[in-house]
Design a protein around this ligand. Structure first.
Ligand SMILES: [Zn+2]
Length: 108
């Protein structure tokens, strides 16, 4: 009998050979960190929302989507307004059209 992945264990759902979460967590080496990543994303997107975002895409894209969601959620915590766009506002050079409004608001 195969053990549940840390994602399914935290979500208390059945894990199978075709688990969509397991491949998403492989890049995180520490089991506790894997569980924390899932809890963080579930708190952010909701359990159903997270599963829909992951399962709604082809298998080979799911790990990248998981990373992208984690990145987005982390930046949204750092800056609720700009979120993952915030690093772009660190650019020293003007950044095309949205730069004027977004940049000024960030550095007020
Ligand atoms: Zn699983």
């Amino acid at each position: 009998m195969r053990m549940s992945c840390n994602g399914c264990r935290v979500l208390r759902k059945g894990c199978s050979e075709n688990c969509s979460i397991r491949p998403c967590l492989r890049w995180i080496k520490n089991p506790e960190s894997q569980a924390n990543a899932i809890v963080f994303l579930v708190n952010f997107f909701g359990r159903a929302g997270l599963m829909n975002l992951i399962n709604g895409r082809p298998d080979h894209l799911r790990p990248a989507i998981f990373r992208s969601l984690l990145y987005k959620a982390c930046w949204r915590i750092v800056n609720p307004i700009y979120g993952s766009v915030m690093p772009l506002s660190y650019r020293s050079e003007p950044c095309s059209t949205w730069e004027s409004d977004a940049g000024q608001a960030t550095f007020k």
